[in-house]
Design a protein. Structure first.
Length: 258
């Protein structure tokens, strides 16, 4: 299928989605977000796709965020229920997502990366939530996700000033998983995806679901004593048997995702 605002490539178990508006630094508007929501809906529904990667076309930007020119022209309409890039408000996706950030990740672009489970940043990556500088708020998750990922005072320093943070500082703060040379973010993201694919897909999804839902529990004990739905599904799966069996037989497991 041909897409207007993104490029979708499926390689084996991995779907790579490239934001494809380089002429505006991959800024997105509602129509683009709707298209991306449909792309991620399909990804979520397909049993043969286990890991997702999102990146931006060109080396200048992952995404500069909301297309302010569209908004300034009075043509803005609200994003769909899944939010910016079709993922910032998507809370029911247990398949892992990796952001391969090249260049600018501003506003909604940064929020898109924060909505992913792993962020790989090229050395030229820059992150910011500059919304207050244009009279807006980082309502796509920035003001909520960032303080949950890094120390609150550090997060507030970014949120209240809109200042730009380099890839290396992002790594030091803790929201960047790995920094790689310029031009190698997507390659590194695929390397991480390959490592994830060595694991049971059901166990990976159970781990992601338990991690995020457990963080919302009122206590560590409550989190640990709760068996989350994906965790129960993993316990009842054939892959739950296959993993220990393959280990005992000294061979690679043959994951069936069932």
């Amino acid at each position: 299928m041909t897409h207007q605002y993104c490029i979708v490539q499926d390689e084996g178990r991995v779907r790579t989605v490239t934001l494809n508006r380089p002429e505006v630094l991959n800024a997105l508007h509602a129509a683009a977000n709707d298209e991306l929501a449909a792309v991620w809906d399909e990804f979520a529904a397909r049993d043969d796709l286990w890991v997702g990667i999102i990146t931006g076309a060109g080396e200048r930007a992952f995404s500069a965020g909301n297309d302010l020119k569209v908004q300034a022209a009075g043509r803005r309409r609200p994003n769909g229920p899944n939010g910016f890039a079709g993922i910032t408000h998507r809370f029911n996706l247990d398949k892992p997502l990796i952001a391969a950030v090249n260049g600018w990740a501003m506003g909604g672009g940064f929020e898109t990366a924060l909505a992913c489970d792993i962020i790989i940043a090229a050395e030229n990556a820059l992150f910011a939530l500059p919304e207050p500088r244009v009279g807006l708020i980082a309502g796509g998750g920035g003001v909520h996700r960032l303080p949950r990922m890094i120390p609150r005072k550090k997060a507030m320093g970014m949120i209240l000033t809109g200042r730009r943070v380099s890839a290396s500082e992002g790594f030091e703060l803790g929201f960047v998983t790995e920094v790689v040379p310029q031009g190698q973010a997507l390659e590194a993201a695929k390397r991480w995806a390959a490592q994830i694919l060595e694991c049971s897909p059901k166990a990976v999804r159970a781990s992601k679901q338990a991690t995020y839902r457990g963080l919302d529990e009122p206590s560590l004990e409550r989190a640990m004593r709760t068996v989350y739905p994906a965790q129960q599904e993993n316990l009842e799966s054939q892959d739950y048997i296959e993993g220990p069996k393959a280990f005992a037989e000294k061979r690679k497991p043959d994951w069936q995702n069932r």
